[in-house]
Design a protein around this ligand. Structure first.
Ligand SMILES: Cc1cc2nc3c(=O)[nH]c(=O)nc-3n(C[C@H](O)[C@H](O)[C@H](O)COP(=O)(O)OP(=O)(O)OC[C@H]3O[C@@H](n4cnc5c(N)ncnc54)[C@H](O)[C@@H]3O)c2cc1C
Length: 322
Protein backbone atom coordinates (compact mmCIF):
# COMPACT_ATOMS: atom_id res chain seq x y z
CA UNK A 1 0.00 0.00 0.00
CA UNK A 2 1.23 3.53 -0.78
CA UNK A 3 -0.01 6.38 1.36
CA UNK A 4 0.64 10.03 0.53
CA UNK A 5 0.82 12.17 3.68
CA UNK A 6 1.43 15.82 4.45
CA UNK A 7 3.23 16.78 7.63
CA UNK A 8 3.97 20.12 9.25
CA UNK A 9 6.87 19.69 11.64
CA UNK A 10 9.37 21.66 13.65
CA UNK A 11 12.74 21.87 11.83
CA UNK A 12 14.43 19.68 14.47
CA UNK A 13 12.00 16.85 13.63
CA UNK A 14 11.80 17.41 9.88
CA UNK A 15 15.57 17.32 9.31
CA UNK A 16 16.27 14.37 11.66
CA UNK A 17 15.76 11.07 9.79
CA UNK A 18 15.22 9.02 12.95
CA UNK A 19 12.59 11.36 14.41
CA UNK A 20 10.91 11.68 11.04
CA UNK A 21 10.65 7.87 10.80
CA UNK A 22 9.00 7.71 14.21
CA UNK A 23 6.46 10.38 13.23
CA UNK A 24 5.67 8.60 9.94
CA UNK A 25 5.12 5.30 11.81
CA UNK A 26 2.65 6.97 14.17
CA UNK A 27 0.90 8.91 11.43
CA UNK A 28 0.36 5.82 9.25
CA UNK A 29 -0.42 3.35 12.06
CA UNK A 30 2.46 1.13 11.06
CA UNK A 31 2.48 -2.13 13.05
CA UNK A 32 5.59 -3.84 14.34
CA UNK A 33 5.13 -6.61 11.78
CA UNK A 34 4.86 -4.14 8.87
CA UNK A 35 7.71 -3.38 6.55
CA UNK A 36 7.72 0.24 5.46
CA UNK A 37 9.74 2.85 3.67
CA UNK A 38 9.06 6.45 2.67
CA UNK A 39 10.07 8.88 -0.01
CA UNK A 40 10.09 12.65 0.41
CA UNK A 41 8.45 14.33 -2.59
CA UNK A 42 8.27 17.99 -1.50
CA UNK A 43 9.82 20.09 1.28
CA UNK A 44 9.33 23.77 2.06
CA UNK A 45 9.93 26.02 5.04
CA UNK A 46 7.07 28.22 6.22
CA UNK A 47 8.43 31.03 8.37
CA UNK A 48 5.35 33.27 8.39
CA UNK A 49 4.47 32.60 12.01
CA UNK A 50 6.67 33.16 15.08
CA UNK A 51 7.97 29.59 14.99
CA UNK A 52 9.17 28.43 11.57
CA UNK A 53 7.82 25.06 10.46
CA UNK A 54 8.67 22.65 7.67
CA UNK A 55 5.97 21.32 5.34
CA UNK A 56 6.64 17.86 3.96
CA UNK A 57 4.86 15.73 1.41
CA UNK A 58 5.75 12.05 1.70
CA UNK A 59 4.86 8.80 -0.02
CA UNK A 60 4.81 6.00 2.53
CA UNK A 61 5.19 2.41 1.24
CA UNK A 62 3.71 -0.11 3.67
CA UNK A 63 4.60 -3.73 2.92
CA UNK A 64 5.60 -2.56 -0.52
CA UNK A 65 8.99 -1.74 -2.02
CA UNK A 66 9.24 1.66 -3.68
CA UNK A 67 10.30 1.20 -7.29
CA UNK A 68 13.50 3.09 -8.04
CA UNK A 69 13.18 6.10 -10.31
CA UNK A 70 14.23 5.08 -13.86
CA UNK A 71 17.67 6.44 -14.80
CA UNK A 72 17.29 8.84 -17.75
CA UNK A 73 20.79 8.04 -19.03
CA UNK A 74 19.71 4.40 -19.46
CA UNK A 75 17.59 5.54 -22.44
CA UNK A 76 20.64 6.84 -24.29
CA UNK A 77 22.24 4.81 -27.11
CA UNK A 78 25.47 5.49 -28.97
CA UNK A 79 24.75 8.03 -31.72
CA UNK A 80 28.19 8.35 -33.33
CA UNK A 81 26.97 6.99 -36.69
CA UNK A 82 23.60 8.78 -36.68
CA UNK A 83 22.24 11.96 -38.27
CA UNK A 84 24.20 15.03 -37.13
CA UNK A 85 22.92 18.26 -35.63
CA UNK A 86 25.30 21.14 -34.90
CA UNK A 87 24.81 22.99 -31.62
CA UNK A 88 26.49 26.37 -31.24
CA UNK A 89 27.22 27.00 -27.56
CA UNK A 90 28.09 24.70 -24.65
CA UNK A 91 26.02 26.56 -22.07
CA UNK A 92 23.02 25.04 -20.23
CA UNK A 93 20.84 25.32 -23.38
CA UNK A 94 23.51 23.69 -25.59
CA UNK A 95 24.27 20.76 -23.25
CA UNK A 96 20.60 20.03 -22.53
CA UNK A 97 19.82 20.20 -26.27
CA UNK A 98 22.65 17.70 -26.85
CA UNK A 99 21.22 15.25 -24.29
CA UNK A 100 17.77 15.58 -25.83
CA UNK A 101 19.24 14.82 -29.27
CA UNK A 102 21.07 11.75 -27.92
CA UNK A 103 17.84 10.54 -26.31
CA UNK A 104 16.22 10.86 -29.76
CA UNK A 105 19.01 9.00 -31.57
CA UNK A 106 20.71 12.05 -33.15
CA UNK A 107 24.41 12.94 -32.92
CA UNK A 108 25.11 16.38 -31.41
CA UNK A 109 28.22 18.24 -32.60
CA UNK A 110 28.88 21.14 -30.27
CA UNK A 111 31.07 24.17 -30.97
CA UNK A 112 31.93 26.62 -28.23
CA UNK A 113 34.11 29.69 -28.63
CA UNK A 114 35.52 29.28 -25.11
CA UNK A 115 37.56 26.68 -23.24
CA UNK A 116 36.69 23.64 -21.15
CA UNK A 117 35.71 24.37 -17.59
CA UNK A 118 39.14 23.81 -16.01
CA UNK A 119 41.07 25.93 -18.48
CA UNK A 120 38.39 28.60 -18.23
CA UNK A 121 39.16 29.09 -14.53
CA UNK A 122 42.65 30.45 -15.33
CA UNK A 123 41.10 33.12 -17.54
CA UNK A 124 38.76 34.18 -14.74
CA UNK A 125 41.76 34.60 -12.44
CA UNK A 126 43.30 36.86 -15.11
CA UNK A 127 40.14 39.01 -15.03
CA UNK A 128 40.00 39.17 -11.24
CA UNK A 129 43.71 39.81 -10.60
CA UNK A 130 44.93 41.70 -13.66
CA UNK A 131 41.74 42.95 -15.39
CA UNK A 132 42.75 41.10 -18.59
CA UNK A 133 39.63 39.88 -20.38
CA UNK A 134 39.93 37.12 -22.96
CA UNK A 135 37.04 37.90 -25.35
CA UNK A 136 36.33 34.19 -25.87
CA UNK A 137 36.90 32.89 -22.33
CA UNK A 138 35.37 34.86 -19.48
CA UNK A 139 32.34 34.87 -17.16
CA UNK A 140 29.95 34.49 -20.11
CA UNK A 141 31.89 32.42 -22.64
CA UNK A 142 33.30 28.92 -22.22
CA UNK A 143 32.02 25.53 -21.13
CA UNK A 144 28.80 25.82 -19.14
CA UNK A 145 28.26 29.36 -20.47
CA UNK A 146 27.07 32.06 -18.07
CA UNK A 147 25.40 29.19 -16.20
CA UNK A 148 28.71 27.92 -14.78
CA UNK A 149 29.08 30.96 -12.55
CA UNK A 150 25.38 31.53 -12.02
CA UNK A 151 25.19 29.80 -8.61
CA UNK A 152 22.65 27.32 -9.95
CA UNK A 153 19.41 28.51 -8.46
CA UNK A 154 16.91 26.40 -10.28
CA UNK A 155 13.46 27.76 -9.54
CA UNK A 156 11.38 29.55 -12.08
CA UNK A 157 8.27 31.71 -11.85
CA UNK A 158 7.09 30.30 -15.15
CA UNK A 159 4.95 27.18 -15.37
CA UNK A 160 5.38 26.83 -19.13
CA UNK A 161 8.95 25.57 -19.14
CA UNK A 162 8.46 21.94 -20.10
CA UNK A 163 9.44 19.01 -17.93
CA UNK A 164 11.24 20.77 -15.09
CA UNK A 165 11.42 17.59 -12.98
CA UNK A 166 13.24 15.77 -15.79
CA UNK A 167 15.80 18.58 -15.99
CA UNK A 168 16.35 18.35 -12.23
CA UNK A 169 16.77 14.56 -12.46
CA UNK A 170 19.37 14.95 -15.21
CA UNK A 171 21.28 17.35 -12.95
CA UNK A 172 21.11 14.86 -10.06
CA UNK A 173 22.36 12.05 -12.34
CA UNK A 174 25.33 14.30 -13.07
CA UNK A 175 26.26 15.10 -9.49
CA UNK A 176 23.77 17.64 -8.09
CA UNK A 177 22.40 17.03 -4.58
CA UNK A 178 19.18 14.91 -4.74
CA UNK A 179 17.58 17.48 -2.38
CA UNK A 180 16.94 19.63 -5.48
CA UNK A 181 14.19 17.14 -6.40
CA UNK A 182 12.16 17.95 -3.29
CA UNK A 183 13.08 21.47 -2.18
CA UNK A 184 10.77 24.33 -3.15
CA UNK A 185 13.78 26.50 -3.95
CA UNK A 186 16.26 24.04 -5.45
CA UNK A 187 19.82 25.30 -5.58
CA UNK A 188 22.97 23.54 -6.84
CA UNK A 189 25.58 25.99 -5.52
CA UNK A 190 28.62 27.42 -7.32
CA UNK A 191 31.03 24.90 -5.74
CA UNK A 192 29.19 21.92 -7.16
CA UNK A 193 28.14 23.36 -10.50
CA UNK A 194 31.47 23.04 -12.43
CA UNK A 195 31.62 19.29 -11.62
CA UNK A 196 28.06 18.84 -12.85
CA UNK A 197 28.86 20.66 -16.11
CA UNK A 198 31.95 18.50 -16.66
CA UNK A 199 29.90 15.33 -16.06
CA UNK A 200 27.29 16.48 -18.59
CA UNK A 201 30.06 16.84 -21.18
CA UNK A 202 31.41 13.38 -20.33
CA UNK A 203 27.96 11.84 -20.89
CA UNK A 204 27.65 13.59 -24.27
CA UNK A 205 31.07 12.27 -25.33
CA UNK A 206 30.37 8.79 -23.94
CA UNK A 207 27.29 8.39 -26.12
CA UNK A 208 29.05 9.51 -29.29
CA UNK A 209 28.47 13.29 -29.29
CA UNK A 210 31.26 15.73 -30.08
CA UNK A 211 32.33 18.78 -28.07
CA UNK A 212 34.76 21.24 -29.68
CA UNK A 213 36.22 24.12 -27.66
CA UNK A 214 38.10 27.20 -28.99
CA UNK A 215 35.68 27.02 -31.91
CA UNK A 216 33.84 30.26 -32.65
CA UNK A 217 31.07 29.97 -35.18
CA UNK A 218 31.72 32.91 -37.50
CA UNK A 219 29.29 32.23 -40.33
CA UNK A 220 26.22 30.19 -41.23
CA UNK A 221 26.19 28.22 -44.48
CA UNK A 222 22.79 28.82 -46.07
CA UNK A 223 21.57 27.79 -49.52
CA UNK A 224 18.07 28.43 -50.87
CA UNK A 225 16.92 29.51 -47.40
CA UNK A 226 18.03 26.20 -45.88
CA UNK A 227 20.77 26.08 -43.29
CA UNK A 228 23.42 23.52 -44.24
CA UNK A 229 26.09 24.10 -41.62
CA UNK A 230 28.48 26.57 -40.03
CA UNK A 231 31.91 28.10 -40.53
CA UNK A 232 34.19 27.86 -37.53
CA UNK A 233 37.06 30.27 -36.76
CA UNK A 234 36.60 31.92 -40.18
CA UNK A 235 37.98 28.91 -42.05
CA UNK A 236 36.60 25.42 -41.37
CA UNK A 237 33.20 24.43 -42.75
CA UNK A 238 31.00 21.81 -41.06
CA UNK A 239 27.76 20.47 -42.52
CA UNK A 240 24.85 18.90 -40.65
CA UNK A 241 21.14 18.15 -40.93
CA UNK A 242 20.23 21.07 -38.68
CA UNK A 243 21.83 23.80 -36.56
CA UNK A 244 20.76 24.85 -33.08
CA UNK A 245 21.94 28.27 -31.90
CA UNK A 246 22.41 28.16 -28.14
CA UNK A 247 24.70 31.15 -27.88
CA UNK A 248 22.99 32.97 -24.98
CA UNK A 249 22.38 36.69 -24.66
CA UNK A 250 26.01 37.85 -24.66
CA UNK A 251 26.91 36.71 -28.19
CA UNK A 252 26.55 40.04 -29.98
CA UNK A 253 28.46 38.86 -33.04
CA UNK A 254 25.81 36.17 -33.59
CA UNK A 255 23.02 38.77 -33.45
CA UNK A 256 24.89 40.92 -36.02
CA UNK A 257 25.45 37.84 -38.18
CA UNK A 258 21.75 36.93 -38.11
CA UNK A 259 20.82 40.50 -39.02
CA UNK A 260 23.35 40.55 -41.87
CA UNK A 261 21.90 37.27 -43.18
CA UNK A 262 18.39 38.71 -43.04
CA UNK A 263 17.24 36.11 -40.53
CA UNK A 264 14.19 37.08 -38.50
CA UNK A 265 15.13 38.25 -35.00
CA UNK A 266 12.72 39.16 -32.23
CA UNK A 267 13.76 41.36 -29.32
CA UNK A 268 12.82 40.40 -25.78
CA UNK A 269 12.33 42.76 -22.87
CA UNK A 270 15.25 42.46 -20.48
CA UNK A 271 15.76 43.06 -16.80
CA UNK A 272 18.55 45.16 -15.30
CA UNK A 273 19.73 44.39 -11.80
CA UNK A 274 21.91 45.57 -8.95
CA UNK A 275 23.64 43.49 -6.31
CA UNK A 276 22.64 44.20 -2.72
CA UNK A 277 24.47 42.61 0.21
CA UNK A 278 23.12 42.28 3.75
CA UNK A 279 24.39 40.31 6.75
CA UNK A 280 22.92 36.79 6.82
CA UNK A 281 22.03 37.23 10.52
CA UNK A 282 19.77 40.19 9.65
CA UNK A 283 17.82 38.18 7.05
CA UNK A 284 17.59 35.20 9.45
CA UNK A 285 16.18 37.49 12.11
CA UNK A 286 13.61 39.01 9.74
CA UNK A 287 12.59 35.67 8.22
CA UNK A 288 12.84 33.29 11.16
CA UNK A 289 12.48 35.81 14.02
CA UNK A 290 15.54 34.13 15.54
CA UNK A 291 19.04 35.40 16.19
CA UNK A 292 21.10 33.28 16.03
CA UNK A 293 18.95 30.94 13.92
CA UNK A 294 18.31 27.38 15.03
CA UNK A 295 21.00 24.91 13.95
CA UNK A 296 18.23 22.93 12.22
CA UNK A 297 17.29 25.72 9.86
CA UNK A 298 19.13 26.48 6.64
CA UNK A 299 20.33 30.04 5.98
CA UNK A 300 17.23 32.04 5.09
CA UNK A 301 16.53 33.87 1.86
CA UNK A 302 13.76 36.12 0.61
CA UNK A 303 11.91 37.12 -2.49
CA UNK A 304 10.32 40.52 -3.21
CA UNK A 305 8.12 41.67 -6.06
CA UNK A 306 6.46 45.04 -6.69
CA UNK A 307 4.96 47.11 -9.48
CA UNK A 308 6.45 50.60 -9.82
CA UNK A 309 5.02 52.96 -12.48
CA UNK A 310 3.75 49.98 -14.45
CA UNK A 311 7.10 48.19 -14.38
CA UNK A 312 7.78 44.98 -12.48
CA UNK A 313 10.55 45.12 -9.87
CA UNK A 314 11.63 41.83 -8.36
CA UNK A 315 14.48 40.21 -6.50
CA UNK A 316 16.04 37.91 -9.08
CA UNK A 317 18.09 35.66 -6.86
CA UNK A 318 19.08 35.58 -3.23
CA UNK A 319 22.26 33.71 -2.28
CA UNK A 320 22.11 32.79 1.40
CA UNK A 321 25.43 32.20 3.16
CA UNK A 322 25.80 29.39 5.69
C1 LIG B 1 26.00 36.46 -12.62
C2 LIG B 1 24.86 35.61 -13.13
C3 LIG B 1 24.12 34.86 -12.21
C4 LIG B 1 23.07 34.07 -12.67
N1 LIG B 1 22.39 33.29 -11.75
C5 LIG B 1 21.44 32.43 -12.19
C6 LIG B 1 20.83 31.52 -11.29
O1 LIG B 1 21.17 31.42 -10.12
N2 LIG B 1 19.85 30.70 -11.79
C7 LIG B 1 19.48 30.75 -13.12
O2 LIG B 1 18.60 29.98 -13.52
N3 LIG B 1 20.07 31.59 -14.00
C8 LIG B 1 21.04 32.41 -13.58
N4 LIG B 1 21.67 33.24 -14.48
C9 LIG B 1 21.24 33.21 -15.88
C10 LIG B 1 21.83 31.96 -16.59
O3 LIG B 1 23.22 31.92 -16.39
C11 LIG B 1 21.49 32.05 -18.07
O4 LIG B 1 20.08 32.12 -18.21
C12 LIG B 1 21.99 30.79 -18.79
O5 LIG B 1 23.39 30.67 -18.66
C13 LIG B 1 21.61 30.86 -20.27
O6 LIG B 1 22.04 29.65 -20.85
P1 LIG B 1 22.36 29.54 -22.39
O7 LIG B 1 22.93 28.19 -22.61
O8 LIG B 1 21.17 29.98 -23.16
O9 LIG B 1 23.47 30.67 -22.70
P2 LIG B 1 24.90 30.92 -22.07
O10 LIG B 1 25.02 30.39 -20.70
O11 LIG B 1 25.18 32.37 -22.30
O12 LIG B 1 25.86 30.04 -23.00
C14 LIG B 1 26.12 30.39 -24.33
C15 LIG B 1 27.37 29.66 -24.80
O13 LIG B 1 27.55 29.93 -26.19
C16 LIG B 1 28.92 30.14 -26.47
N5 LIG B 1 28.97 30.99 -27.67
C17 LIG B 1 28.51 32.25 -27.83
N6 LIG B 1 28.72 32.68 -29.08
C18 LIG B 1 29.33 31.66 -29.74
C19 LIG B 1 29.82 31.50 -31.07
N7 LIG B 1 29.71 32.48 -31.97
N8 LIG B 1 30.44 30.34 -31.39
C20 LIG B 1 30.56 29.34 -30.48
N9 LIG B 1 30.11 29.45 -29.20
C21 LIG B 1 29.51 30.59 -28.85
C22 LIG B 1 29.46 30.82 -25.23
O14 LIG B 1 30.85 30.58 -25.09
C23 LIG B 1 28.66 30.13 -24.11
O15 LIG B 1 29.33 29.00 -23.60
C24 LIG B 1 22.73 34.05 -14.06
C25 LIG B 1 23.50 34.79 -14.98
C26 LIG B 1 24.55 35.55 -14.54
C27 LIG B 1 25.37 36.34 -15.56
Amino acid sequence: MVKRIELTLLPEDAFDDKKLSEIVELECDVNESDRYDFKLTKRSIDARSRTPVVNLLLDVYINETPSPEPVIKDNYKNVSDKKKVIIVGAGPAGYFAALELIENGIMPVIFDRGKDIRSRRKDLREIQQFSNVNPNSNYCFGEGGAGTYSDGKLYTRSHKRGDIYKALRILVEHGADPDILVDTHPHIGSNRLPGVVQNLRETILHYGGEVNFNSTVTDLIIKDDVILGVTVNDKDEYLADAVILATGHSARDIFYLLKKKNIYLESKPFAVGVRIEHPQALIDEIQYKQNPRSEFLPASSYKLTAQVNGKGVFSFACVPED
